[in-house]
Design a protein around this ligand. Structure first.
Ligand code: PLP
Ligand code: CA
Length: 306
């Protein structure tokens, strides 16, 4: 965007904003909650939007969890959702492997550099996976003793799928690199978020762990999460979303707001996560400005609740 964003800080602005949209795509961490802490009045805000007939969808770049695991997370906060409202980068990546790369379930396998969310979504689509949390990958790496090299690479592996791996180590990187060097093996990532804010500290995000593979292989992955519009296309296909009446709500400019802007959606940046008011008004030159911003998502409820 080029014009200055509108700050939602009055009842009129909140009503006008809500009247413009029938559907909302919510980023999760930094918008609804921070880790395991549900932000104040979020349950009430979502209930209010639902009571106004709005369609609510949840779009997260977190690949470590499956949609089923997200269902549990919403339930733990007492927020009613169904699985068809949830879109994770692990699911987006599994859809990409199936729809765009065309891997055949039961025949082609996926080498996973990442966690159970990815494996669970691939399994649901019928793919066999290797790698991931395999404890044999916890053994110090030696090319002459690693079972993955000694027994030979699996010729059925046709794709490396990489996401945040909090168990990243030299053995995992080394075997993944062997697959990336094979012709015909695709390189797909769930997301490339550089950082991951958690419990008040900034941690390395998926993009950081995946960049080790990029450096070693000289290859760039296709990233399936926000801001990749393939994820939006999957959401549109699954929900019949009218993009002209949809707003993306997020806390990060280079993922959420870029996703919404590129996808021709409305955009609302909330300041409960990554970005500051300064960033909202004057983002780095290559980043889009949001159309709206507010202190938090709950402002929609707090400004309009009698
Ligand atoms: N990646 C990981 C591993 C995370 O744990 C999180 C936040 O929980 C994210 C990405 C960012 O998620 P979101 O897109 O919901 O902000
Ligand atoms: Ca976020």
């Amino acid at each position: 965007g080029s014009s200055l964003p509108t700050k939602i800080e009055s009842r009129e602005a909140a009503e006008e904003f809500m009247n413009k949209y029938d559907s909302f795509l919510f980023d999760c961490d930094g918008v609804l909650w921070l880790g395991n802490y549900l932000l104040p009045n979020i349950r009430e805000t979502l209930a209010m939007l639902k009571s106004r007939g709005k369609k609510l969808y949840f779009v997260t770049n977190n690949s470590t969890k499956s949609r089923a695991a997200y269902m549990k997370k919403f339930a733990s906060f007492d927020i009613p959702v169904s699985q068809d409202q949830i879109f994770t980068s692990s699911y987006a990546a599994a859809l990409y492997v199936s729809g765009h790369i065309g891997l055949v379930p039961g025949r082609d396998k996926v080498w996973v550099f990442g966690e159970s969310g990815i494996i669970d979504e691939l399994k649901l689509m019928g793919y066999d996976t290797l790698g991931g949390k395999d404890p044999l990958l916890d053994i110090p790496f030696d090319p002459e003793t690693s079972p993955f090299l000694v027994n030979g690479l699996d010729p059925d592996v046709k794709c490396v799928l990489a996401g945040l791996d909090t168990n990243v180590n030299y053995h995992r990187m080394s075997v993944t690199l062997q697959y990336l060097q094979k012709p015909g093996v695709a390189f797909v990532a769930t997301n490339l978020d550089s950082t991951l804010p958690l419990k008040g500290v900034i941690l390395p995000g998926a993009g950081t762990t995946i960049s080790s593979l990029v450096t070693a292989s000289g290859r760039e992955p296709i990233a399936c999460g926000k801001p990749n519009l393939n994820m939006l296309r999957s959401i549109i296909d699954a929900t019949n979303l009218d993009t002209s009446r949809t707003c993306m709500v997020g806390d990060r400019l280079n993922t959420d707001i870029k996703f919404g802007t590129d996808g021709m959606l409305g955009t609302l940046l909330v300041l409960t996560g990554i970005e500051t008011e300064e960033n909202a008004l004057n983002p780095n030159s290559e980043l889009p400005r949001p159309m709206y911003y507010s202190k938090g998502l709950s402002m929609l409820y707090e400004l309009t609740n009698d």
